[in-house]
Design a protein around this ligand. Structure first.
Ligand code: NAD
Length: 299
């Protein structure tokens, strides 16, 4: 079992740290939020007064932070972890950030003899709590071999992928969430069109699930209220996965596409639609609430 420093104990990081405790790892934790830290300490973690203090004696560091600027601040510069961690430390950043920052941190880590991987996740808060997250990892094969048994404490071992070199995990995450946004909007349009023409959304959903329109949104995350009791749509669109985060991820996808000469028209249209939905005050709603943007008003 490993001694792990866990930094960033929010909606995702909190349950992930708790799952590491459950499988027997020792966890020292730090978050800027006292309440987030207290929650994980109540599950058996030791509280640290700073990110650096959390790393004392740890062989593994895991960060789960909002965006690239937070990851840079924690790892880089004179105050950052990389100049203080002993060579041979394994550092895993599970945050969803831009691949450029992931590569910059990886180069600095490599220069300091530290194994760094970008390891963003898919699955959301429910999978974080259940310990069934998917991980998409960018970095060396050696680092991946070290990371696998640690990540298995928080995710489904069959869904831990080595996407490629540093930054590849973040590119995979951006590609996946761009596709998710597009098929969610498409699913909403298809259901709205059917309902506006007299079809029952539940019946149309079954037809499309058995036909070539089948997709993940239909299978486990139906956006129409009361078709699927477990979906956020049947719980007033309580997230789940917030519109604000989808906008962030589609911005990352736009940047990956434009920096590599890819014309992602559908991804950019999805970003524009989610931004319009966000501007109507829906940023904290689940992303499947984008149905409201496409169905006739008053329905
Ligand atoms: P969150 O805002 O709930 O948690 C982030 C935590 O980081 C907060 O508790 C904050 O206090 C802490 N933090 C910020 N800067 C810090 C610092 N310098 N030192 C220590 N702690 C610091 O966010 P979340 O929902 O847990 O998401 C974390 C990451 O996971 C994001 O990149 C997000 O895009 C990604 N993600 C989220 C979901 C989801 O469904 N929520 C799903 C997949 C991926």
């Amino acid at each position: 079992m490993a001694t792990i420093a866990f930094i960033g104990l929010g909606n995702m990081g909190g349950p992930m740290a708790k799952n590491l405790l459950k499988v027997g790892h020792t966890v020292t934790a730090f978050d800027l939020s006292d309440s987030a830290l207290a929650d994980v300490v109540s599950a058996g973690a030791t509280a640290a007064s700073s990110a650096l203090a959390a790393c004392e004696g740890a062989g593994v560091v895991i960060t789960m932070l909002p965006a690239g600027k937070h990851v840079s601040a924690v790892y880089l510069g004179d105050e950052g972890l990389l100049v203080h961690l002993p060579p041979g430390t394994l550092a895993l950043d599970a945050s969803t950030i831009d691949s450029g920052t992931a590569k910059t941190v990886a180069i600095a880590a490599n220069n300091a003899g530290i194994h760094f991987m970008d390891t963003p996740v898919s699955g959301g808060v429910a999978a974080a709590a259940a310990g069934t997250l998917a991980f998409m990892c960018g970095g060396s094969a050696d680092a991946f071999a070290l990371a696998q048994p640690i990540l298995a404490g928080m995710g489904n071992p069959d869904k831990i992928f080595h996407a490629g070199p540093s930054g590849a995990g973040q590119v995979a995450k951006a590609a996946n969430n761009m596709l998710l946004a597009i098929h969610m909007i498409g699913t909403c349009e298809a259901l709205a069109m059917g309902a506006a023409n007299g079809l029952e959304p539940a019946v149309l959903s079954e037809i499309m699930k058995a036909s070539s329109g089948n997709n993940w949104s239909l299978q486990v995350y139906n956006p129409w209220p009361d078709v699927m009791p477990t979906a956020p749509a049947s719980n007033d669109y309580k997230p789940g996965f917030m519109v604000d985060l989808m906008v962030k991820d589609l911005g990352l996808a736009r940047d990956v596409a434009s920096s590599s000469g890819v014309d992602n028209k559908m991804g950019q249209l999805a970003l524009a639609l989610y931004e319009a939905h966000q501007a109507q005050g829906n940023g904290a709603m689940d992303f499947s609430s984008v149905l409201d943007l496409v169905r006739p008003s008053g329905e």
